[in-house]
Design a protein around this ligand. Structure first.
Ligand SMILES: *Cc1c(COP(=O)(O)O)cnc(C)c1O
Length: 486
């Protein structure tokens, strides 16, 4: 920490208090009347003794050390840090939703059941998938659920297939989810355009292939233009196509994976559908499936009856079972539902168009100063290679750190793995032209600084509260509580 300031524990003064209770005006009973002696604390906990303003300042300062979409531009590629409209929070905190109990019988919670059912329908319409489950709690959890469905499907077909093909540009969760289900991963090398190599795919497909896991647009921000042929090849080999749709922003209202022949698709409500994420908070990774896979979806399922009321169906004999308690993270679903109603059909198309427009605008501005190895035009994001800058002694990490000094969050770095010194930029559709210009200006200034004084970038950040923490120590030996080191 640059500016050493006393922490809340260090400000503690014996007997200083936040508030003073009025004198007790009823007969006092001994503590043991309420709490059995054997579980009573004999010594007071070592909490800081401070006044209210110290506490307020402590938490306010902590919140200001944090970086968030509500304070700054956040072009973290593949993470879609778009703005989450505050109306989403208003609806999610309505009493009618927050005071529900998940064990309440269906007759008493028709409202939320309708909302969840309608959200499934909306996601089906947007993606072209036959139907959805909202249960999975994150994108990776959706992938795992999808893999379990593939296993259940193959078992029903009496097929034994133990391999999943995953392109080398895939998000790390893809091979991890497949491996968790016991599949062997076959890595598919991308071609020189950064796309699926059809010849290599044909070579890998066999009677052992259970599925291809594809990401479209892929992590380079490119649309897999041969998707129809790819799906056909996979299906002809008796395998299924799993699509990672965590970044659906670019396709919103424009193209539908279901129409392209995809069998299973996961969406990230906490990316594309504007629900908050980061910091380990809850997310939601619903998956959509084609008609022939519906019976395997997690149970229970919400069903609409002929009188338009809703029931919870636990009788799903072919289901892979539950993947999450109750129906998943309902609060996140209410936010996504609000967002979709707010945008409407036209708004959804605009969101998709602007996500692509913003990314291409930035890409073109930066392409004179940085190498962008793949794609003339991109979808919602693009990937810079800082290979040239590295030759001058400045890495992608250094550039990312320097951006913090300009007040911008860093792009994703060193991913996808197939780009050397990668910086992955995703501006999202919620940013204004002025913000994009300011970010481009910072990136260009950094590019111009590198040949003259590489050390300025190498020693960044200089103006943030925290400099360069040792990331390995921070991950392996995190300090999660205050310790008096004096
Ligand atoms: C974010 C992301 C995932 C994983 O989603 P989580 O919700 O973090 O589990 C998978 N694939 C891609 C392409 C992603 O961007």
């Amino acid at each position: 920490m640059n500016n050493i300031e006393p922490l809340i524990f260090e400000k503690s003064v014996p007997d200083r208090k936040c508030f003073i209770l009025p004198v007790c005006d009823v007969p006092e009973k001994p503590l043991s009347h309420f709490i059995p002696q054997k579980i009573q604390r004999m010594q007071s906990p070592n909490l800081p003794e401070v006044c209210e303003i110290d506490i307020v300042r402590h938490f306010t300062k902590l919140s200001q050390m944090n970086y968030c979409v509500d304070t700054h531009f956040y072009p973290l590629g593949s993470c879609t840090m778009k703005y989450n409209p505050k109306i989403n929070e208003d609806t999610a905190s309505l009493d009618g939703f927050t005071k529900l109990h998940p064990y309440q019988p269906a007759e008493q919670c028709q409202g939320i059941l309708k909302l969840l059912y309608d959200l499934e329908q909306m996601l089906s319409n947007i993606s072209g998938m036959h139907c959805f489950t909202l249960q999975p709690a994150a994108g990776a959890h959706g992938e795992l659920t999808g893999m379990l469905i593939i296993q259940a499907y193959m078992k029903k077909q009496r097929e034994i297939r133990n391999k999943i093909i995953v392109p080398d540009s895939a998000h790390g969760t893809n091979p991890a989810s497949a491996a968790l289900c016991g599949y062997r991963i076959e890595s598919l090398q991308s071609n020189s355009d950064g796309l699926i190599d059809i010849k290599k795919l044909k070579y890998l497909l066999s009677n052992d292939t259970a599925a291809l896991m594809i990401t479209n647009p892929n992590t380079l921000g490119l649309f897999e233009k041969d998707i129809l042929e790819i799906c056909k090849l996979v299906h002809d080999a008796g395998a299924l196509v799993y699509c990672d749709g965590a970044n659906m922003n670019a396709l919103l209202g424009i193209a539908r994976p279901g129409d392209m022949g995809v069998d299973i698709l996961h969406l990230n409500l906490h990316k594309t559908f504007s629900t908050p994420h980061g910091g380990g908070g809850p997310g939601a990774g619903p998956i959509g499936v084609s008609r022939n896979l519906e019976v395997f979806l997690p149970s229970p399922r919400i069903q609409k009856k002929s009188d338009n009321s809703f029931t919870i169906n636990y009788h799903c004999p072919d289901s892979i079972g539950k993947v999450r308690a109750f129906y998943g993270h309902a609060g996140i679903m209410i936010r996504a539902y609000t967002y979709l109603l707010l945008l409407g059909k036209d708004g959804i198309i605009k969101a998709g168009e602007n996500a692509v427009l913003n990314a291409n605008y930035l890409k073109n501005k930066l392409s004179h100063y940085y190498e962008i190895p793949y794609g003339k035009t991109c979808m919602h994001e693009f990937v810079i290679s800082a290979k040239k800058q590295k030759e001058k002694g400045v890495s992608a990490l250094d550039i990312a750190k320097k951006l913090l000094d300009y007040g911008f969050h860093a792009p994703t770095i060193y991913f996808p793995l197939i780009v050397e010194e990668a910086l992955m930029v995703e501006p999202t559709e919620t940013e204004s032209l002025e913000t994009l210009d300011a970010f481009a200006k910072a990136m260009i200034e950094i590019a111009k600084t590198i040949p003259q004084s590489p050390e300025t970038v190498h020693n960044a950040p200089q103006y943030t509260k925290v400099g360069r923490p040792d990331e390995v120590i921070a991950a392996r030996k995190p300090k999660l509580r205050w310790e008096n080191i004096c």
